[in-house]
Design a protein around this ligand. Structure first.
Ligand SMILES: C[S@@+](CC[C@H](N)C(=O)[O-])C[C@H]1O[C@@H](n2cnc3c(N)ncnc32)[C@H](O)[C@@H]1O
Length: 246
């Protein structure tokens, strides 16, 4: 019998925000392919999981995925594609040998997740591969919780924006939608703060750094952090219909 590849969402950082199902699947899989954004860096997903499951005894395939911009519909950078192919080949070899492989991933796999690129690449290599996605708690919900705000109620419309890509459409999005979630926002505050000020939305915005992690920081005064070096794990929520500053 062939093995199954699991892409497992492990939540935004707090080890209590990992699901029972994620824990069960990760315990069951003897092989974990752990994604890291630095060649010699530790995988955040592995750090989260290690709080609940002892990784010794697991075969850990530490895999480096370079952090480069990916534009949907365009050919990805060769180095990025190569990383997906190498991961897919390593996974496929083990599936063919009857072993299950889990790829633990930060937050939820459906939201900006390398696991899905590996999923697609694996299917190209082996269209019959058995693949299962285990959802997780996204930084989106966790950030709203830390900020003490809903994202949408009633007929509210929400949009999620990867801030590093967008520049010309930001004003339009902030005008059109009731709530806007900015991810990958840590280097964009000098563009966003003046725009929020122009639209009189500064008091409706909150940025949470390292949501649900031990050193979580909730920033209501965005002008104060405009020039600050923020962590990559930063998410900004703008909700127009209520003030979220307490
Ligand atoms: C590649 S995306 C991964 C999103 C993840 N799949 C999810 O569902 O949360 C990385 C972005 O997610 C957000 N993020 C992930 N973890 C976070 C955390 N603990 N606190 C705040 N933002 C976080 C940040 O905006 C970061 O730039």
């Amino acid at each position: 019998m062939k093995g199954t590849f699991y892409v497992v969402g492990v939540g935004p950082g707090d080890p209590e925000l990992i699901t029972l199902k994620a824990i069960r699947i990760l315990k069951k899989c003897k092989i974990w392919l752990t994604p890291a954004a630095q060649k010699d860096g530790r995988s955040t997903a592995l750090t989260i999981v290690s709080e609940s499951i002892d990784p010794s005894g697991k075969e850990i395939l530490h895999h480096f995925f370079p952090m480069k911009k990916i534009h949907m519909g365009k050919e990805p950078d060769a180095e990025v594609k190569d990383a997906w192919k190498k991961a897919a080949a390593a996974i496929n070899a083990r599936l063919e040998a009857g072993m299950d492989v889990a790829l633990p991933t930060l937050g939820d796999p459906a939201i900006y997740c390398t696991g899905f690129y590996v999923y697609e690449t694996l299917l190209k290599l082996n269209p019959k591969a058995s693949i299962t996605i285990i959802p997780g708690i996204s930084a989106i919900g966790a950030t709203a919780a830390a900020a003490g705000t809903p994202l949408c109620l009633g007929d509210d419309k929400v949009v999620v924006i990867p801030a590093i890509f967008e520049s010309d459409k930001l004003k339009e999005m902030l005008t059109q939608f009731d709530s806007v979630v900015f991810m990958k926002v840590h280097k964009s505050m000098d563009r966003l703060v003046p725009l929020l000020e122009e639209l009189d939305l500064l008091d409706k915005a909150v940025l949470v750094e390292r949501t649900s992690m031990e050193d979580q920081q909730v920033h209501h005064d965005l002008k104060a952090i405009m020039k600050k070096e923020l962590h990559y794990f930063s998410t900004l929520v703008v909700r127009k219909s209520c003030s979220i500053s307490r």
